[in-house]
Ligand binder design. Structure first.
Ligand SMILES: [Zn+2]
Length: 256
């Protein structure tokens, strides 16, 4: 889609809850009070919070993009999503996609090795009940690995089996994939496509309109330190990937 079309910002969250001012990994945390204000702000300012499904249709199937379009994604599938984020999302009827680490369902974030605290991950039962309530789920490998550091066979297994494992759990096709750490290359992206996923979400900071293809979808990380001003800035700036020029014709859709 032309980069000058109304922009779609895909926001990346991890954990939502109450945290003691984390010193490192700050993009992994969002205080629930801040999260509530961010969602209220999206609501009151007339943002269109759309599903990843709808964003895909806009980006790659020619569906018109609504004004101020935002997609909410949550990586890793931490248990605190159910407790803190989902009740707020439900109150606003905002759709959300959660990316699960398929071999660690019901365990904890054991791949985070440089801090002692590990976060519990949702159980299969929680996932199935949230799915019934409308939460969408995608795959985030089996073990939260750096895919470009795996052998090709390992990487393929992490991708292919995460899909089948989650499809068995949910009883439906799982179409969306998210690269752990945003780590991918052309070979990994091809494996994701060959596994039958329709898209791959990265950590490239830009509007989703700048996707070079469905397997390189940019996202904007929301961090613990983001005030509403910082949040606003991320929505309205960070739209062009590093090193690229914005399109000559400026979007005419006002804010977004
Ligand atoms: Zn992750």
């Amino acid at each position: 889609m032309p980069a000058s079309s109304p922009r779609i910002s895909i926001l990346m969250y991890h954990q939502v809850g109450r945290f003691n001012n984390p010193r490192i990994h700050r993009p992994m945390y969002c205080d629930v009070g801040r999260f509530r204000r961010q969602m209220a702000w999206l609501h009151w300012c007339g943002y269109n919070v759309i599903s990843l499904n709808d964003a895909y249709a806009c980006l790659f199937m020619g569906r018109p993009v609504p004004r101020r379009a935002v997609v909410l994604t949550f990586d890793d599938g931490c248990e605190n999503f159910r407790e803190y984020a989902w009740p707020i999302l439900k109150a606003y009827r905002f759709p959300a996609s959660v990316f699960l680490v398929a071999d660690l369902i019901g365990h904890e974030t054991r791949w985070v090795t440089d801090i002692p605290e590990k976060a519990p991950l949702m159980t299969g039962e929680t996932i199935r009940s949230l799915h019934k309530e409308g939460v969408m789920f995608g795959a985030h490998t089996l073990n939260h690995v750096y895919l470009t550091r795996c052998t090709p066979d390992e990487a393929r297994r992490e991708i292919v089996e995460s899909k089948s494992r989650l499809e068995d759990l949910l009883g439906e096709t799982v179409s969306d994939f998210c690269y752990p750490y945003g780590d991918y290359n052309a070979q990994v992206a091809e494996m994701v496509r060959d596994a039958g996923f329709r898209c791959g979400l990265t950590c490239i900071r830009a509007a989703a309109n700048y996707a070079k293809n469905p397997f390189e979808l940019p996202r904007k990380a929301i961090s613990y330190g983001d005030t509403l001003v910082g949040y606003l800035w991320k929505l309205h700036a960070k739209n062009v990937p590093k090193g690229e020029k914005p399109p000559a014709r400026v979007a005419t859709d006002g804010f977004a």
